[in-house]
Ligand binder design. Structure first.
Ligand code: PMP
Length: 376
């Protein structure tokens, strides 16, 4: 057959320069910003809806960036000894995967403490990367000895050369996003010209992200507001049942409610989450139901296999654009960036995903196939 494929002009190569990388850490980040045009149209949005697709980072999530940054900073400070150090970290899984990857490459042992609710897929990936994994009760309060944080602290006290890099307090967590995720978003928006088909303000006008430690939203916000557009509206997504949102009354109704989405929301305010009015302008509470419906919308319309918290960010963005942000939704060229933190391969065995995948409406082809294979 004749060769007819050539690189389409509308699909430039990813911006990472094509060269041999020393190891996997060179493939952390450098993720694409992708138009979610079909979702925008379905929701009558005139603005541009753009997804920052973090599952294309080498370890599969936005948290690779901070794992790399925290390990490299600790090395520069002489805190890690190859062959001796034991990196211990409480995490909802993705930071653990990033750390286990970095430590596999660099030769440090890893112990991850992780609440029971987090997926089997994350535990399997961690074990495959050589980490020890300890599960903790999901319902344990963050400051109790049984929580993932309490257990990590106990192990660190007892294990020689044990060190907690501490994503909840480590300044390199938000800094990694201020220095990489934020500038990547700004560069993609600034360097994409405005055209009649795709008008653009040339600026990041709105950023929407979920918060777990808060490092992602805080760091990206700082990059945008300090260097690019101080008037950018930063919208935080916080699951119902968590207490991170402001004003605090937003959280009252559902305090203590258990939720299924992984990686966002907490029962305490992490130090690295800056809730100052200037860094995060407004908050939206999200439900599991809306988040999973949004995941399905992204998969079916945009062909992107994102995880549960990506649905939360999109659901928060749509809620905001239909309410407070209506003037943005109605303005062609405004750029609304939604952070999509990880991919569905972290959640394949979860019942919420199996429901989406296996109980989906039959496609229009189902009848044709049945008629061919099982004629009556
Ligand atoms: N989504 C997922 C799937 C995550 O693992 C995390 C990290 N906990 C987040 C969102 C939130 O990121 P951050 O900790 O930077 O707020």
């Amino acid at each position: 057959m004749a060769q007819s494929y050539s690189r389409p002009p509308s699909s430039p190569a990813r911006t990472m320069s094509p060269q041999i990388l020393d190891n996997a850490l060179g493939a952390v980040g450098h993720t694409p910003l992708i138009r979610l045009d079909k979702i925008a149209k379905l929701n009558d949005l005139k603005c541009n809806l753009l997804g920052k697709l973090e599952y294309t980072s080498v370890g599969g999530s936005v948290k690779d960036r901070i794992a790399k940054a925290m390990v490299e900073a600790a090395e520069a400070e002489g805190k890690l000894v190859p062959g001796k150090s034991v990196v211990i970290e409480p995490t909802s899984g993705n930071t653990g995967i990033g750390l286990a990857m970095a430590c596999a490459i660099k030769g440090y042992s890893v112990i991850i403490t992780m609440p029971n609710k987090m997926s089997l897929e994350k535990e399997a990936a961690l074990r495959a990367l050589g980490a020890e994994v300890i599960r903790t009760p999901t319902e344990a309060a963050w400051d109790s000895p049984e929580s993932h944080i309490g257990v990590a602290q106990k192990l660190q006290r007892e294990i020689p050369y044990g060190i907690i890099l501490d994503q909840y307090r480590n300044a390199n967590n938000p800094l990694a996003h201020e220095l990489t995720t934020g500038p990547e978003i700004i560069e993609a928006v600034v360097s994409t010209p405005s055209t009649p088909a795709h008008p653009s303000s040339g600026k990041v006008d709105v950023l929407v992200a979920g918060a777990g430690t808060g490092g992602t939203i805080t760091g990206i916000s700082r990059a945008i507001k300090k260097t690019h557009n101080k008037d950018c509206v930063v919208v935080g997504a916080d699951p119902r049942g968590s207490i991170l949102a402001l004003p605090a009354e937003l959280n009252n109704e559902d305090e203590g409610l258990a939720y299924v989405v992984e990686g966002i929301g907490y029962d305490f305010i992490p130090d690295v989450l800056s809730r100052e009015a200037n860094d995060i302008d407004t908050w939206v509470k999200t439900s599991d139901e809306d988040s999973f419906r949004a995941v399905q919308m992204i998969m079916k319309n945009e062909g992107l296999l994102v995880g549960g918290s990506s649905g939360s960010s999109l659901s928060a963005a749509l809620q905001w654009l239909k309410g407070e942000g209506k003037h943005i939704a109605e303005t062609p060229g405004k750029n609304v960036v939604v952070v999509l933190p990880d991919g569905i391969r972290n959640y394949m065995s979860k019942s919420w995903f199996l429901k989406i995948a296996m109980e989906a409406e039959p496609t229009p082809l189902a009848k044709t196939i049945k008629d061919i294979l099982h004629p009556v």
